[in-house]
Design a protein around this ligand. Structure first.
Ligand code: HEM
Ligand code: HEM
Length: 369
């Protein structure tokens, strides 16, 4: 399931790039990447990490298949927003998305209650992320039913989803993933996760409301930017810049977090009307989501493909996926900056990075151990 969804996410990212090249609606391209690609993968990755964080058994039965329901919701949303499916498909997407997220959230909370000892503080980040997704789907549903609220509902939906759902699940996971990628302990991870969550939540809430209360834009940027910057500083202090830039996976994760910090500054410019919002959507995809997902998958796919004790086959696949990690991160960074500056040439750079990853992934997964 995890390997299938990892491959689907790469395919969805490629589809988003193709849609952008064809001049399709930017909202459709955004949902190909975010709702079809990232959303189900986040559910699958949480299904992998929640048992680790609660020291309990893995997801079984219906819970294992919930990411597929999210994939169906994402596909319906894409179909409706791209104009390929009738409008009611959007309501189907919202209903499936809300029910599935509710069931998954109940499972995560149940795991937390039954944990042996206190659950790891990373779990609260997943609870917060899933709550943001539910709220984001609820508000856009309300906006669709009550048109006067549509503008504000749309702004709340997109900020709750990008900064809240994806941002919280990403940063919550990155704290745990970075030491694993570098193979070095970081004794302050749990403390940092605990300290940062209230600031991050306040920042997401302020950004979601800033569409209606513009003065909240500055506090939102300070809070969210503070968390991203504190994470970067802690990594450099704990591991050193040389080590972070010496490994393909660590570099990707570092670039993703730096990209998020940059986008929060862009968000500040949107809040004061100095910049339109749209370029930030492509920026979020290129500067944050692409390095994040390719970096995380380079670390996690070998574990999912060869579970159990470390084997040479797992090490080989990790090496293969991480090999071009720095080049890919450079392409995503350059592509994102060029795209946000208004040149379509950036899409080519992103496509090159995604193709590099798809080739390594295809070659690596097809090789017999
Ligand atoms: C079932 C899932 C989802 C549904 C039904 C849905 C629905 C919608 C709708 C109706 C709009 C307004 C479109 C318009 O005004 O033309 C929208 C905008 C948006 N949504 Fe979603 N959405 C979903 C999931 C997500 C996710 C998971 C993300 C990000 C993580 C996301 C990010 C956005 C963004 C960034 C926009 C604004 C796009 C732009 O203006 O270019 N959505 N969504
Ligand atoms: C701290 C971070 C952020 C803050 C404070 C912020 C704030 C705002 C505010 C106040 C607006 C409304 C501007 C208006 O009145 O028209 C806005 C619009 C927008 N923002 Fe953000 N934003 C942030 C980050 C982001 C990110 C990361 C994205 C990427 C997906 C994004 C995408 C958008 C879009 C697409 C619009 C325009 C929607 C439209 O009307 O078409 N923002 N933002």
């Amino acid at each position: 399931m995890l390997i299938y969804l990892g491959c689907c996410a790469v395919l969805a990212f490629a589809t988003a790039i193709l849609l952008a090249l064809q001049g399709a609606s930017p909202v459709a391209a955004a949902h190909a990447a975010f709702a079809v690609g990232a959303m189900p993968l986040v559910f699958a990755a949480m299904g992998h990490f929640v048992p680790v964080l609660t020291r309990s058994s893995g997801a079984t039965g219906a819970v294992r298949r919930l990411p597929l329901a999210m994939q169906a919701a994402g596909l319906l949303a894409l179909g409706a927003l791209g104009g390929w499916l009738p409008g009611w498909a959007l309501h189907g997407a919202l209903t499936i998305g809300l029910v599935t997220t509710g069931v998954f959230l109940a499972w995560v909370l149940g795991k937390g209650r039954k944990a042996l000892g206190r659950p790891h503080p990373g779990l609260a980040w997943y609870v917060a992320a899933l709550s943001c997704l539910m709220l984001a789907l609820l508000v856009i549903g309300l906006g669709l039913l009550w048109p006067p609220a549509y503008r504000l509902a749309r702004l709340a939906h997109l900020h709750l989803n990008t900064l809240g759902f994806i941002g919280l699940s990403a940063i919550g996971t990155l704290h745990v993933l970075m030491p694993t990628a570098l193979g070095r302990p970081d004794p302050l991870v749990a403390q940092r996760l605990q300290q940062q969550l209230p600031w991050m939540l306040a920042g997401v809430g302020a950004a979601a409301l800033a569409g209606g209360l513009p003065w909240l834009g500055l506090p939102a940027a300070v809070l969210l930017g503070g968390v991203a910057a504190a994470t970067l500083v802690a990594w450099v202090r704990t591991h050193g810049l040389g080590r972070l830039l010496g490994d393909g996976v660590a570099t990707s994760l570092l670039v993703a977090t730096t990209g998020l910090l940059g986008l929060i500054l862009v968000g500040l410019a949107q809040g004061v009307g100095a910049m339109p919002g749209r370029p930030a959507v492509a920026g979020f995809f290129a500067l944050f989501l692409l390095p994040l997902v390719t970096g995380a998958l380079s670390q996690l796919l070998p574990v999912w493909r060869f579970p159990g004790p470390l084997t040479p086959a797992r090490t080989q696949l990790r090496e293969r996926l991480a090999r071009h990690g720095r080049l890919r991160a450079g392409l995503f960074l350059a592509g994102g900056v060029v795209l946000m500056a208004g040149s379509g040439f950036g899409v080519g750079l992103l496509a090159a990075g995604v193709l590099l990853f798809a080739a390594a992934l295809g070659g690596g997964l097809m090789r017999r151990p």
